[in-house]
Design a protein around this ligand. Structure first.
Ligand code: ATP
Ligand code: MG
Length: 665
């Protein structure tokens, strides 16, 4: 361990958690029939650009490219230079033309019971064409930005594809965000149209969306010319004549034919704002050709998708990048059949997700560690009531999956038979970057394993040198990749500063990582969150995983708080499993002490938390990531910072109250 306090590189290993050598080899049947084989790594490293050019052939182009990559002006990349394609045509029409129009594209499940709808590719094509014609009539042309502020309903996917078809970049804003958040994004990217709904169903009730749109339009001044409103909940809405238009009136009567024009590979496809875990969200720009190649190939290879037989379900909201790359563009470009669910996992009962898996025979399931830990907390009796034998592959995204949660997911949800792909990527990367290939790479609980074929990742030290196996550092991407962000919308300087200045010539993702003795990658958490205790750098992921490995703990968040003697001290916030305490019982001091000792045993005395607080909830972004910066504010008795992307702001006041009443030792 280093004593260099100036550096933030996390250096402690995950030795204890890795030591157990839990390793899941690919199941024989999957390995034999997998979409890709081990040779693909060699093929890609022999000629990376030829490899991506080959993947581009999986799509339909109206003009072929002349050059695979133009990297003459880094960090501004151009992929498939001169190529032209239409993203919506690739996601919809070409499947119909190939004779698969009758295949279900979306099995949509509303939150209210029995509120379901299935759309075939042919029906999706009709809807997308109608919506494209309607948007054209409303004045939307190539290059215009359109904001989409919708619940999880089929029209949301249709709206995105219609924008893509017209070459009008969309910016999808999560339906749970406030009017302010919507307004700031509308202003930032200059959206002239907003597509919304009267509301949607969440947690057993209809919630409204239109009032926030009205407020956002007011705040945004005269930017927004038209608001297209889907009727979903039948609630009353305020109406602004001349601006507001009903979807069923504008779209319903349109023709179902629409000629999809090819756009330049570098034509903007969408702007997506990051989750805001570390600060103000950044408007990430993705373009058409490289993005579609990257998402389509990774969806097909990482999820081993067999479009004829699989039923795929990604639980992400469409308001996040995962909902873009692995619910819309990746799966649809591959002709997948998928499930889309409107509501929350616990409505009307805590087994709702498992019931949907049973009902639709879901084979591939992709969710986030935050959800898995919530189910762990509730206990395995709930999923055990359902038949999930259709599942064959599981995925995880959003945060490191603690080894304990991985093993639980593997056993309880995957019935000990489904491999897990722990996929590391970001809004900025557009596509999955580090992940096992399920028929090829073994899975190790807690490790995202290897850079995918065609992706060049490294773990480097402060001097930008690659670290050896067994060492930690910063995760960087050393070569451009097709779905990479092209810039931060309207702010090239911020793009260069944020991602390309820390290690010149390399993309710095902001995450710490470590290579194990086999050279496999373990994500250690964000470097902003790394703690420095008496000169020892400790990773949040490591200590949190140690806490979660205790049988009474379901979830943990760890931060460093200023400490007079050690510089920083470890403060932990834990959620206990429901079985750990009797109803209404307070966590006894003896349990807190047991947890402190558990961390000491797992990692070492240096990591033993100064303080552990038992909480009911943790502050999370709307995308389910723990916001440690807010907990750091609490631990250091500061006023809590920006909470606009917090899922539930009341969580913070409860934690602050608890903190002031708990004693520190
Ligand atoms: P912001 O950049 O605004 O602070 P954010 O980083 O949370 O928000 P996203 O792009 O949604 O926004 O999240 C990407 C980040 O999520 C990664 O940088 C990483 O920290 C974390 N992450 C995603 N998947 C994994 C994974 N499989 N293992 C570990 N960390 C992951
Ligand atoms: Mg980020």
């Amino acid at each position: 361990m280093s004593d260099d306090k100036s550096s933030e590189t996390p250096q402690t290993g995950l030795e204890n958690l890795m030591r157990e050598e839990r390793r899941f080899e690919p199941p024989a049947e999957l390995a034999q029939n997998a979409n890709v084989t081990a040779e693909v790594y060699d093929e890609a490293s022999a000629d990376r650009l030829a490899f991506w050019a080959k993947q581009a052939e999986r799509l339909h182009w109206t003009e072929p490219h002349q050059e695979v990559l133009d990297w003459s002006n880094p960090p501004f990349a151009k992929w498939f230079v001169g190529g032209k394609l239409n993203a919506a045509y690739n996601c919809v029409d070409r499947h119909v033309e190939a004779g698969n129009g009758d295949r279900v594209a979306l099995h949509w499940v509303g939150e209210p019971a029995d509120d379901t709808r299935s759309l075939t590719y042919a029906e999706l094509q009709d809807e997308v064409c109608r919506a494209s014609n309607a948007l054209t009539e409303l004045g939307v042309a190539a290059g215009d930005r359109v904001a989409i502020y919708m619940p999880m309903i089929p029209e949301t996917v249709v709206a995105m594809l219609a924008c893509a078809r017209l070459g009008a970049p969309h910016t999808v804003v999560f339906g749970g965000f406030s009017a302010d958040a919507l307004a700031s994004r509308v202003v930032d990217c200059g959206a002239k149209v907003i597509i919304t709904a009267d509301g949607g169903y969440r947690r057993g009730a209809a919630s409204a969306l239109k009032p926030a749109v009205d407020e956002a339009c007011e705040k945004a001044g005269d930017i927004v010319e038209k608001v297209l409103v889907v009727r979903r909940t039948e609630q009353d809405v305020e109406w602004t004549e001349g601006r507001d238009v009903w979807w069923h009136e504008a779209v319903g009567n349109q023709s179902t034919s629409h000629d999809a024009q090819g756009f330049d590979a570098e034509h903007p496809l969408y702007v997506m704002y990051t989750s805001g875990t570390t600060g103000k969200p950044k408007g990430i720009l993705h373009t058409t050709g490289g993005y579609l190649v990257g998402t389509s190939y990774t969806h097909w290879s990482v999820f081993d998708l067999k479009p004829e037989t699989d039923v795929y379900w990604c639980t992400a909201d469409v308001g996040w990048v995962t909902g873009h790359s692995y619910m819309v563009y990746g799966p649809l470009s591959n002709g997948a059949t998928q499930v889309m669910y409107e509501g929350t996992p616990d409505t009307p009962h805590k087994g709702r997700w498992w019931e949907i898996i049973q009902q639709y025979g879901v084979t591939i399931f992709y969710t986030a560690p935050t959800a898995i830990r919530t189910f762990m907390k509730q206990g395995e009796e709930i999923p055990n009531e359902f038949d999930m034998s259709s599942l064959r592959l599981l995925g995880s995204v959003g945060e490191s999956i603690n080894p304990e949660a991985y093993v639980w997911y593997h056993r309880v949800i995957g019935g000990d038979r489904c491999p897990i792909v722990d996929t590391w990527w970001q809004t900025e990367t557009g596509q999955i970057m580090v992940s096992p290939l399920p028929g090829v790479t073994a899975g190790k609980p807690g490790s995202a394993m290897k850079a995918l074929p065609g992706i060049s990742a490294a773990v480097v030290n402060d001097e930008a040198q690659a670290v050896g196996n067994g060492s930690g550092g910063y995760l960087v991407l050393t070569e451009p990749w097709p779905a990479m962000l092209r810039t931060i919308w309207g702010d090239d300087e911020r793009f260069k500063d944020t991602y390309w200045s820390r290690f010149p010539g390399k993309y710095f993702a902001g995450d710490g990582a470590k290579l194990d003795d086999d050279g496999d990658i373990w994500l250690l958490g964000r470097v902003d969150d790394v703690m420095n205790v008496s000169g020892h750098r400790l990773s949040t992921t490591e200590i949190e995983s140690a806490l979660v490995s205790h049988p009474k703990v379901a979830e943990a968040a760890v931060v460093g708080a200023t400490d007079d003697t050690t510089g920083q001290a470890v403060c932990a916030f834990v959620i206990l499993r429901e079985s750990a305490l009797k109803d209404g019982e307070e966590a006894p001091d003896s349990l807190i002490e047991e947890l402190r000792k558990h961390v000491q045993k797992e990692i070492g005395a240096i990591a033993k938390p100064r303080q552990i607080m038992v909480v009911q909830e943790l502050p999370k972004t709307r995308s389910g990531k723990i916001m440690r910066r807010l907990l750091r504010d609490v631990a250091e008795h500061r006023e809590v910072g920006d909470v606009t992307t917090l899922a539930d702001s009341s969580v913070m006041s409860l934690i602050e109250k608890g903190m002031s009443s708990s004693s520190e030792d």
